[in-house]
Design a protein around this ligand. Structure first.
Ligand code: FNR
Length: 380
């Protein structure tokens, strides 16, 4: 491929460089993948309003998310196993986000640890937390995030039970992975990826192994994880986390107006309208179609962010027009990372910035803060 110009170009490049087991891990949704597809497709149904002969000089995409300055309102989503798309993946993605001026969110299920990422960056990053049954481990993780000067905690609420992804089961993606001659072959024919992995020590879950009780390797991790996701999680636990954390809190995985109203009562700083990138409840609506009702339900009592299916600057703008204050990209940055490490993530961010800037101008607006429903074509 000559120079990649779009997020889907990077997806194809990642497909060629990352072993199938890990590429599929990113490019999959639960069961029929219907919600995963809808996340992307529903953006296409929203039409923008073209305007002409409006002064388009001095444009700016700068904004804030939870009061923190961002070069554009697009953060990197927390994604597990990012260090398997590319060696030291979380570090490289965090560095790309830092240089660009957008938030990076480190997942609890990352390969590089909180401390690894803190040591490799200068500006604060965000940390995503899964509430596990082992509350002593969670308390310790929160303290580690504070010590690493994380400037927001993103608490994921939509994973009390794990959604099932057929591709992962077929590919033997588990901890430890079930390698077959075919999956080993898929790795062997991707020497760039293999060499990177051989050159790093970071190949396991850095936040967990060696920190959670009795978890010293991938086998003990597997047994631990299987019993750790908590089906009894409740709004009381959110309060418990909020107290212990004491800093900016973002609740991720809200898809329903009633839940959004409840989220407001917790005093959190923001919610992320999200269906986990179509990886949890297959059959749930796309995030972008759920957004307007949620914005209407909470008004300006809490900042509303959205993720799921954003693949371009046009998608970002549509989300902002529908009332989101911030957006997140998951797979797009993973594709950039898998294709070309830190530079790949930087390129994906640059592509989205360029698209967002041009789209905003063609809609007749100079400032991203002015994005609103008046920029949408009324038939959408
Ligand atoms: C995720 N997501 C996720 N969310 C979370 O809170 N913690 C996690 O560890 C993960 N892990 C994860 C891995 C992979 C490979 C993907 C693709 C996604 C969900 C993620 O934060 C976000 O909600 C979606 O990725 C957004 O959708 P798009 O941008 O990928 O379409």
């Amino acid at each position: 491929m000559s120079r990649p110009l779009t997020v889907s170009d990077f997806k194809e490049l990642a497909r060629r460089r990352v072993p199938k087991m890990f590429f599929d891990y990113a490019d999959s949704g639960s069961w029929t993948e219907g919600t995963y597809r809808a996340n992307e497709e529903d953006f296409g149904k929203i039409k923008l309003r073209q305007r002409v002969l409006v002064d388009m000089t001095n444009r700016s995409l700068e904004s804030t998310m939870i009061g923190q300055k961002v070069a554009m309102p697009v953060a990197l989503s927390p994604t597990g196993l990012t260090g398997m798309q590319h060696a030291d993946g979380e570090i490289l993605a965090a560095q790309a986000a830092e240089a660009f001026g957008v938030p990076f969110t480190l997942s609890t299920m990352s390969i590089c640890s909180i401390e690894d990422v803190a040591a490799a960056t200068k500006k604060p990053f965000w940390f995503q937390l899964y509430v596990m049954r082992d509350r002593a481990f969670i308390e310790n993780l929160i303290e580690r995030a504070k010590a690493a000067r994380c400037s927001a905690l993103v608490l994921t609420l939509d994973l009390q039970i794990l959604g099932q992804r057929h591709k992962d089961i077929r590919n033997g993606l588990s901890a430890p992975p079930k390698f077959t001659p075919v999956s080993l072959w898929h790795m062997a024919i991707r020497p760039g990826w293999c060499l990177g992995m051989l050159g790093t020590k970071r190949r396991t879950f850095g936040n967990i192994v060696g920190h959670a009780k009795n978890v010293s390797n991938l086998s003990s991790l597997s047994a631990w994880t299987a019993e750790q996701f908590d089906p009894q999680l409740s709004w009381k636990d959110v309060e418990w986390i909020k107290e212990r954390w004491g800093g900016p809190l973002i609740l991720k995985g809200i898809l329903d107006a009633e839940d959004a109203r409840q989220a407001v009562d917790t005093g959190a700083d923001a919610i992320i309208v999200s269906n986990h990138g179509g990886r949890q409840l297959d059959g749930a609506p796309s995030s972008i179609s759920a957004l307007p009702d949620i914005v209407a339900a909470v008004g300006d009592r809490i900042e509303v962010h959205v993720d799921g299916g954003i693949r371009s600057g046009q998608d970002v703008l549509k989300a902002l027009c529908l009332g989101a204050k911030g957006t997140y990209i998951g797979r797009p940055f993973l594709y950039g990372l898998g294709a070309n490490g830190r530079e790949g993530v930087a390129s994906v961010l640059e592509i989205i910035r360029n698209e967002l800037d041009i789209t905003m101008a063609l809609c007749g607006k100079r400032l991203i803060a002015d994005a609103g429903p008046d920029m949408l074509h009324k038939q959408s």
